[in-house]
Design a binder for this molecule. Sequence first.
Ligand code: R1P
Ligand code: URA
Length: 274
Amino acid sequence: QSSDFANANFPVDQEGRTLHLGCKRGEVANRILSVGSMDRALMIADQLQGAEPGAPLFQHLSGRGFLTITGLYQGTPVSIITTLMGMPNMDFVVREARAVVEGQMAVIRLGTCGALRPPAKLGSFMVASPGAVCVRRDPDAWTFDDGRPHYTVSAPVPADPQLVQLLVAACTEHGGADSVVQGLDATADSFYSSQGRTGGHFEDVNEAVIEQLMAAHPQLVSLEMETFHLLDLARCSRGGIKAAAFCIAAAERYSNRFISKEQIQLCVPFFPGS
Ligand code: R1P
Ligand code: URA
C-alpha cells in the first residue's frame, strides 16, 4: 500500500486504496459478512473458493488490522471483513467498503453478544429481527452532576426484513428452531460501563443499566457493540445498503456464565445462504 494519500475528505492512495481497510475497487464483493475477529474470519473463509479452480482467495490485512477476504461462496462473490470492535470500526468498514463497491450491497454481521434473558442461552443464535437501539455513556452527566441520565438510549433502527428472514431460516436449518432467539438488540459504546458491568475502579453509575433497558424495551434480548451502527448506516445509505445482524450468545448476563473460545468456534462453522 502506497503511503501517499490524496483528498483529506475521503483519503485514498494512488491505487485507490482506502486509508484504513486498504482495499480498492475489485477487491471487495457487494455481499459482505462482517465478523469481529480474525479467527472467525479465517474459519469461515474455509468455505469460500477462489475465482478459478485452485486459485487463492483474495486476502488483505491492513496496517490497522482490518482483514478482508474475498472469494466465491457457492459461485457467488462474498467478502468476509474483520470489523474488530466497536461502532467506530464498523464505521470504517461500511464506509470504506461502500467507497470501493459498485451497486447494491448486502452486509450481515456475525458477532458475539451477551444474552439478556432466557430462553437465550450460551451458543444461541441471536437474530436482531426488529433491529437495534444504541446505549451511550454521557460524560456530561459526570461533568455537570445535574441529575441527567448517565446513559442515553436511542430509538430503534430496523434491520432489513428480507435479510432477517434469510438469516432466521439459515440459523434454524443449522441449529434447529430452539437455537434461534429473535429480538431487539442493544449496541453499547463499551463492553463495560454501558453494558452494565460493574467493578470498583471507576465510578460508572451503571448498576441499573440492564434493568432499565429491559423495562423500557420488553423485546430486548442481546447486548453487543456494533449492530446498531451497521443498521444505522444502512438506513442512511440512500437505499444502497441492506443490512441485518445475528450474534452467538457468548455471555448469559442473567446467570453470569461466559462461553469458552472453543465453544464459540463450535457454533461458527456455517455460513448463511445468499
Ligand atoms: C467484545 O468482546 C466484542 O464482542 C462482540 C462485541 O460486539 C464486541 O465487538 O462482538 P464480536 O465478537 O463480533 O467482536
Ligand atoms: N460481546 C459483548 O459486547 N458483550 C457480551 O456480553 C458478550 C460479547
